[in-house]
Design a protein around this ligand. Structure first.
Ligand SMILES: [Zn+2]
Length: 456
């Protein structure tokens, strides 16, 4: 059987062969940054290192963090004041070479221009994302209904250019247009793929019924590429959406403009495949979020993911710590994807951690254990905090919705099984309180994982 991949040249390499390419690109990238940007030159000088000191992966892994979100913002501010452009002192090319300037959401603080590209970098971004889209099931000839907020210079609209790069038709409908207009267009183009946020996909089900009098299934959506918020790992939401549309759900991500990835189409969520070891480093570079000391990367390891660009000329990010906690998987995925990269699951933000009996756990890691009991549980859950985190007195209190059809007498056995699994994985003692299905409410953009019962 022919292996179907976007880029067989890179995706059929062994991990070792991909590492060889990567280390060469890394040395070149570091030299480029040092020679062409004030920011990186200053940073290297501060730590007393030179790019040529980085000869092996171990040298690189030991290198301290060179950028945080705050430093990125400060770098942008400085270039705005001193040089009259917003890209930052870490820009490594003349500003005229930037042809795409898109920002992150900017939900907290000023937006960052990490999604700004030169011609070369745009090509590289298209290539990285195309591999992730391919793993998630997109193919040339698909017709995509693309519904993200497109206003305000946000990067969402840029995801679209990847589709034309792949030979895919995109029906580019900003959610601002409203459901009626979006539905009108679907009649003409007949999309077979929906790319949106999980909450848009969920709302679209009811709205479609209301406005057309028909079931959304008649649209013929076979593939759902949903991203941008929690909900991906919640099986009850996934099942509801897949059942309503009659299609399969996958997710994908380009973490902070790098770390190109896609989730595969296995029954149980396996995390995101890192599909571009030659274009960036993410799922191989972990640090302890507290001390920023490098952590050994082995199957199941949890830590703060650190991003480093490769082959990026305009705005490379080097040793960039984002505060996202990820779990790495090095073992082969059941889907059979042969690519050399690891897989990773986003576990949560560092500030959401809970420390209990000197063990650190993340609410999304607990949620993943709980949701693995689906359909005996619904998927929604809360960790009850009787005192301000991160330190919590044992046992950890968890409220969980049991699944429809679960009988009262089955709950003791269910609680024991969930408790044992959490203890087995994280050495954390917990107690569960069961709630009836749907009592914790529907998913929204920021579904809370905590219920705080202390006085704030
Ligand atoms: Zn897979």
């Amino acid at each position: 059987m022919k292996t179907e991949l976007w880029n067989e040249g890179m995706e059929l390499l062994s991990h070792t062969a991909a590492e060889e390419i990567r280390i060469e690109r890394l040395k070149k990238q570091l030299r480029h940054c040092y020679e062409n940007s004030d920011y990186y030159r200053r940073k290297f000088d501060e730590i007393g290192a030179r790019p040529q000191d980085i000869k092996t992966w171990e040298d690189f892994h030991r290198l301290p963090i060179l950028m945080t979100k705050e430093e990125e913002r400060a770098s942008q501010q400085e270039s705005l004041e001193r040089l009259g452009h917003p890209f930052g002192m870490h820009l490594c090319v003349p500003p005229e070479k930037i042809i795409v300037a898109k920002t992150t959401g900017g939900t907290t603080g000023a937006p960052t221009f990490s999604y700004s590209f030169t011609q070369h970098d745009l090509q590289r971004w298209n290539e990285g994302l195309a591999r992730g889209y391919w793993v998630a099931g997109l193919r040339p000839g698909d017709r995509v209904l693309f519904c993200f907020p497109l206003c305000g210079g946000w990067v969402g609209s840029q995801l679209n250019t990847v589709l034309s790069y792949m030979g895919i038709l995109s029906l580019d409908m900003g959610v601002e247009l409203g459901m009626e207009r979006i539905i009108e267009f679907t009649k003409w183009i007949r999309p077979n793929v929906l790319m949106a946020t999980p909450s848009f996909a969920e709302a679209f089900i009811e709205k479609y019924q209301e406005l057309t009098g028909k079931d959304i299934r008649e649209l013929g959506i076979e593939k759902l590429l949903l991203t941008g918020e929690a909900g991906v790992g919640i099986p009850s939401i996934r099942e509801k959406i897949e059942r309503a549309y009659g299609g399969r759900w996958a997710d994908y991500m380009a973490v902070c403009s790098e770390a190109f990835s896609g989730s595969c189409l296995t029954e149980e969520y396996q995390g995101l495949h890192d599909v571009a070891m030659d274009l960036s480093i993410y799922s191989d570079d972990l640090v302890d979020p507290e001390t920023k000391a490098p952590l050994e990367v082995k199957d199941g390891a949890i830590g703060e993911g650190v991003i480093t660009s490769l082959d990026r000329e305009g705005l490379p990010l080097i040793k960039y710590a984002l505060g996202d906690i990820i779990q790495i998987f090095t073992r082969r995925c059941p889907c059979g994807y042969p690519g050399p990269g690891n897989r990773f699951k986003v576990i949560g933000r560092f500030e959401d951690r809970v420390i209990i009996d000197r063990v650190t756990v993340y609410p999304m890691a607990i949620r993943d254990v709980v949701t693995s009991f689906y359909p005996r549980v619904k998927g929604a859950m809360r960790i009850v905090l009787a005192e301000p985190p991160p330190h919590v007195k044992p046992p950890l209190r968890i409220r969980v919705e049991y699944g429809p059809g679960v009988q009262g007498h089955q709950l003791d056995e269910l609680e024991r099984a969930i408790r044992e699994k959490i203890f087995g994985m994280y050495r954390v003692q917990c107690v569960l309180e069961f709630l009836s299905p749907e009592s914790l409410g529907r998913m929204t953009k920021k579904t809370p994982l905590f219920e705080r019962i202390y006085e704030k």
